[in-house]
Design a protein around this ligand. Structure first.
Ligand code: AGP
Length: 610
């Protein structure tokens, strides 16, 4: 996610912007820039790469200014280059932005027709030109910004300054985080509190539609949706700077688990149209004819991303009725795979740099397959090597154990499955609309699934000292049993196995005793009765069942001493909802065992070696 910092006050703004951006580095970025006003003249310095490079480039200029805005960019539209780095400018208007403008292509075309010239590939630059076009008609900065944003669909947190009004910063929030720091005669804007915590602990968290106007005299806030002034009541932040980087959470992993509603909302935003009952294929450089002509789909990945690939097989085969083959990436290139004409390989990788996955992608291309990467890092090796790209917008994932990247990968596979089913004519518009509506409700369902945290903490306290866990799932939730087991073992170092529940009688049932908890995923679907009898088999041998079930399931009570109920959703989206308690269980057990949750022993966030 991008980082925004702004300041107006009596101090030199340059070090405040640089230090503030450094405090936001944890959000991940690939370019940075600042804008400042000197005697009413705009100065902009930007660079691709790290803030250090920016700092070095401005050091010799001995810049001084009392107002400015800065930005670290996590590329979503356009490569990580200096031209695409923020701040962006149009005339005397300068903007920094965090978020995704869904309709920027149409807006850009319309502005070009009016003679506007663009210098970047970003969606952000459109906002500058819109605001500039209204100031040219005589509107002040607040009014021009408000009118400009009426054209914009999507998520944004923006900071704006203008040469014509040199003692003012405007900040507006809509679906991307933005807060205000209230100092003594000085005011800050930032994407996150750590950026100004060194200068003030008094913060205002903006709500959707809030427009803050910061001047040397103070800060006022109006909501541009309700058109009403907002009463300012700063919150005093008591976090330590370290806690502040984690948004007040103890670990990045917990923060990222709780970021999932926003991460999924950002990933699905603008990717499909309910009224057209179809996916916006252009965004992924896919086309209907190519999808229609597919004979086979391969999915390759490692670790948690491989679990996403397994879920993807269930989604694609069930919705689109096209054969799918899933490989662990490190196996694919050594088994002399048969890749028929008209094959597509879906490469799933959070980092886009996993060596085994890149090698499988290369082998698939050598064998003539087209490749689609589902990836979280713009400009990563896998995304550069792919024919088509579906970027997840989960924002950088810092914790080694993948959580929000996983659920956004599953959201991407769900959208892709509908795209293939619609292209091959197997899915009627009404069915597609129904599935899209379910997807639009998913962030809210994840939000309510997170309420199981208290129950999970109780279960973690009961079982954090055991040496073995077994996870059982069926159908589309079998890969989630694997995922639950992987999460537990990688951050708590407890031996854990995921198994298809039907396989229990072919071996693992010999392990069942009162010392080994068994997590059973019991979703209300066509195999519910089967998993209920598996739970009976465990119980009758003294095993302890921890059931993850759908709200309203009355059959489960007698079969499990520990039950976690989750919101109902459609069959394909259950894996996303069911992974929430499993990630939380692994997290809390790891904390109780005093393991290094974010940096578990022997593990790396991205395995760039074979
Ligand atoms: C997941 O929690 C692990 N950290 C690991 O299995 C990871 O999923 C795997 O290394 C693949 O990484 P990638 O998605 O970046 O390719």
């Amino acid at each position: 996610m991008c980082g925004i910092v702004g300041y107006i006050g009596p101090k030199n703004v340059i070090p405040i912007l640089i230090n503030g951006l450094k405090k936001l580095e944890y959000r991940g970025y690939d370019s940075a820039g600042i804008c400042f006003l000197n005697d009413g003249q705009i100065g902009i310095r930007r660079c691709a790469g790290k803030i250090k490079a920016l700092e070095t480039s401005i050091k010799k200029d001995r810049l001084k200014s009392l107002i400015g805005i800065g930005h670290t960019r996590w590329a979503t539209h356009g490569k990580p280059t200096e031209e695409n780095a923020h701040p962006h400018r149009a005339g005397g208007i300068v903007v920094v932005h965090n978020g995704i403008i869904e309709n920027y292509i149409e807006l850009k075309e319309a502005l070009k027709k009016k003679g506007h010239k663009f210098t970047s590939e970003t969606d952000t630059e459109v906002i500058c030109h819109l605001i500039y076009s209204y100031t040219k008609k005589g509107d002040n900065l607040e009014l021009a910004t408000k009118k400009a944003l009426k054209h914009v669909d999507g998520a944004y947190a923006i900071g704006v300054i203008s040469e014509a009004e040199p003692d003012k910063i405007i900040a507006v929030k809509n679906d991307s985080p933005l807060c205000i720091g209230i100092g003594k005669g000085e005011y800050f804007i930032a994407s996150d509190i750590p950026a100004f915590l060194k200068y003030t602990r008094d913060a205002i968290i903006l709500e959707n539609g809030d427009m803050a106007t910061l001047t040397r005299e103070g800060c006022s806030i109006t909501n541009i949706i309700s058109n009403k002034p907002v009463r300012i009541k700063p919150t005093t932040i008591t976090w330590s700077p370290a806690m502040a980087e984690k948004g007040g959470y103890k670990h990045f992993m917990l923060k990222e688990i709780y970021e999932q509603p926003r991460a999924v909302a950002d990933t699905i935003r603008g990717r499909f149209s309910v009224e057209k009952a179809d996916v916006n294929l252009k965004e992924f450089s896919l086309d209907k004819a190519a999808l229609k002509g597919l004979n086979k789909i391969f999915l390759v990945a490692c670790g948690t991303s491989w679990h996403a690939a397994l879920v993807g097989k269930y989604m694609i085969e069930d919705m689109a009725r096209i054969p799918c083959e899933v490989d662990i990436a490190s196996e694919f290139r050594y088994r002399r795979p048969l890749v028929p004409k008209g094959s597509l390989m879906i490469v799933i990788t959070q980092s886009g740099e996993t060596a085994d996955t890149l090698a499988a992608q290369k082998e698939a291309k050598r064998l003539g397959a087209k490749t689609l990467t589902i990836c979280n890092v713009v400009g990563s090796t896998s995304s550069r090597d792919a024919d088509s790209i579906f970027y997840t917008h989960s924002g950088p994932e810092i914790g080694v154990a993948s959580t929000k990247a996983f659920t956004t990968q599953l959201s991407a596979l769900y959208i892709f499955s509908i795209a293939v089913a619609r292209a091959r004519g197997g899915m009627k518009p009404a069915k597609a609309r129904e599935l899209f509506e379910d997807l639009l409700q998913l962030p809210e369902k994840i939000e309510s699934a997170l309420h199981c945290d208290k129950e999970i903490q109780k279960i973690a306290r009961k079982f954090h000292k055991v040496n073995d866990f077994l996870y059982l799932g069926r159908g589309i939730n079998y890969p989630i049993a694997l995922e639950g087991a992987l999460k537990l073992k990688e951050i708590s170092y407890i031996h854990a196995e995921g198994y298809p529940a039907g396989e229990m009688k072919h071996g693992p049932i010999a392990l069942i005793d009162s010392n080994m908890p068994v997590v059973a995923l019991a979703h209300d679907d066509h195999v519910l009765e089967k998993i209920l009898s598996n739970m009976e088999e465990v119980k009758s041998r003294g095993g302890k069942v921890i059931a993850i079930a759908t709200e309203g399931n009355t059959k489960i009570k007698a079969r499990a001493p520990h039950i976690v109920y989750l919101p109902k959703t459609n069959y394909y989206l259950t894996p996303i909802i069911f992974s929430i308690p499993l990630h939380l269980l692994a997290y809390h057990i790891s904390v109780l065992r005093k393991c290094n949750v974010d940096q578990p022993r022997n593990l790396a966030k991205s395995v760039t070696v074979e």
